[in-house]
Write a protein that binds this ligand. Sequence first.
Ligand code: NAD
Length: 247
Amino acid sequence: TLTLAGKRAIVTGGASGIGAATAARFVREGAKVAICDLDAESAQALALELGEQNCRAWSVDVADIERVTPFISDAAAWLGGIDILVNNAGIAIPGTVIQLDPANWRKIFAVDVDSIFYASRIAIPIMIAAGGGAVVNIASISGLRGDHALVGYNAAKGAVVNLTRAMAVDHAPDNVRVNAVCPGLIETPLTQAAKDAGLWYAWTSTIPMRRAGTAEEMASVVAFLASEEASYVSGSVIVADGGMDAA
Ligand code: NAD
């Protein structure tokens, strides 16, 4: 069994997809979870579903340091500390380097990379003061390679991968473990557009497992990394993609 009973966790982008599945899994494993999202209504609905004593939702734009900073402090106060931070909120905007609008390039970096810096710089000192903790960053296999017409996302997720390694090295002596998960193609609202556009078969047929992953399958990997079961795992980049990156 995972040892998440009594753990105090924060999950960004917790209203949907991988973040929502992670929050639900954490609660099922006995943790108390603070979630934040741009979509306040869905976040609140999930908190009610998981039980108000187990989960509380905040309306936060993680790209805005003025919102993230007080959120982490408020969440820590409600939780009574922070053992786990899952930096999950993220967006993808397509385009090659000549197609992508500069404002969208900046937006991708603000949501996918800056947010991790903003949340971690407040959460990690709180973890250190209490003896340690675990950070899990949701990167992507897009951060390990160049997907066609997705330059901003590829670059931002590549930054998340190496930010993970750097944070892990710096805070290993503080007993704070930092790891990244690189999901492949996962069936969530983020990838719904591809489904709607009829791209699903073309995409899934190139995956060795011949299917997309589920948000719950990603939550399993996050839960492992966040738990004491991964006590000697830090600075690792765990690919969870049905064999896609190996092919
Ligand atoms: P999703 O769109 O279902 O969920 C993302 C959540 O983040 C949403 O609830 C959204 O409202 C929230 N969010 C977006 N911008 C935000 C902001 N500025 N502030 C606060 N919240 C914000 O997507 P998902 O598929 O669950 O993706 C979660 C993470 O997994 C992302 O970092 C994504 O890049 C990564 N990922 C997803 C896939 C996939 O195939 N779905 C693959 C690799 C990586």
